[in-house]
Design a protein around this ligand. Structure first.
Ligand code: AMP
Length: 283
């Protein structure tokens, strides 16, 4: 495994592999790696000749009052996880080599970037789409791996890839959860023991909502979910939304397959989770 920090060196190395006919798999991450990331690594290693895992806490996707500065950076542990996962290259650029003061270009994925987390985290998805586009160009990736845990991000990257004619195929990967049901996230390390136990209820509540989808209307599903979340107790609910699975447009009661997505705060930690809901016999 080779660690590369310089974007140009990474690009030249990837291009050599590309010219050699190697298929390249990219797994973009912000580090603080966990089993969720490892599930993406495994898929990428299996499906490509060469794998590039990027570890980059991207400043352009954080708002001024968010956790950019305190985002965990256990570099040695992360490198060990990459090594054990048989990753070929770890691309670990410095912030100012990806986004120097002179940087002026940003990508926006209209409409998709504005719903769900986009309405609470201004410019977040602009930062995400821009860094992923740069990573595609640097890595010459044939395939790029993204978790369904960040479902809106996945849909935005898929749209951008199509709209901008990238050859990169987007591979979506299922949510990896702790045995309690809590979706694994680097930000779970912010939770204390009590908060972590409480957070395990989120997935239970999502599963109840998915059951209710078969015979209850959206308004009552959302209200019941809100009431149950309040009982956990969560400190704040950012959103509880039911959107069409394919394009994240608002779903109506006749929708067959929807995504039920929540964002909420447990203490000072913002968590997101989601579940698909399918009407039996109508998928
Ligand atoms: P992050 O480091 O949080 O930016 O995540 C990097 C990639 O890993 C993204 O595509 C995430 O959706 C994915 N990911 C994060 N947590 C999980 C999880 N629990 N299960 C599956 N994929 C995940």
């Amino acid at each position: 495994m080779k660690v590369i920090k310089n974007p140009l060196e990474m690009q030249k190395t990837a291009f050599k592999h590309f010219k050699n006919g190697d298929e390249i798999g990219l797994i973009p991450t912000m580090g603080a790696l966990h089993y969720g990331h490892v599930s993406l690594f495994k898929k990428a290693v299996k499906g490509n000749d060469i794998t590039i895992a990027s570890i980059f806490v991207n400043p352009t996707q954080f708002g001024p009052n968010e956790d950019y500065l305190k985002y965990p950076k256990p570099i040695q542990k992360d490198l060990e996880i990459c090594r054990k996962s048989c990753i070929d290259y770890v691309f670990m650029p410095l912030a100012n080599s990806m986004f120097p003061m002179s940087h002026k270009t940003y990508v926006e994925v209209k409409t998709l970037q504005d719903t769900l987390c986009g309405s609470f985290r201004k410019n977040h998805f602009r930062g995400v789409a821009t860094v992923v586009l740069k990573l595609f160009n640097i890595s010459c990736a044939d395939r790029a791996y993204f978790g369904i845990k960040d479902f809106q991000q996945l849909r935005i990257i898929e749209r951008m890839t199509k709209d901008l004619n990238f050859k990169t195929k987007i591979i979506s990967c299922p949510i990896v959860r702790e045995s309690s049901g809590l979706a694994i996230s680097s930000r779970n390390s912010y939770l204390n023991d009590t908060e972590r136990k409480l957070s395990a209820n989120i997935y239970k509540i999502l599963k109840v909502a998915a059951q209710d989808f078969k015979n209850k209307d959206f308004k009552s599903i959302k209200k019941n979910t809100f009431d149950r979340l309040k009982e956990i107790p969560v400190s704040k609910v950012d959103y509880i939304e039911i959107l069409n699975f394919d394009d994240l447009s608002p779903a109506d009661e006749n929708a067959k397959k929807v995504i039920f997505a929540v964002a909420l705060w447990i203490g000072g930690t913002r968590l997101i989770d989601n579940i698909f809901m399918i009407k039996p016999g109508r998928s």
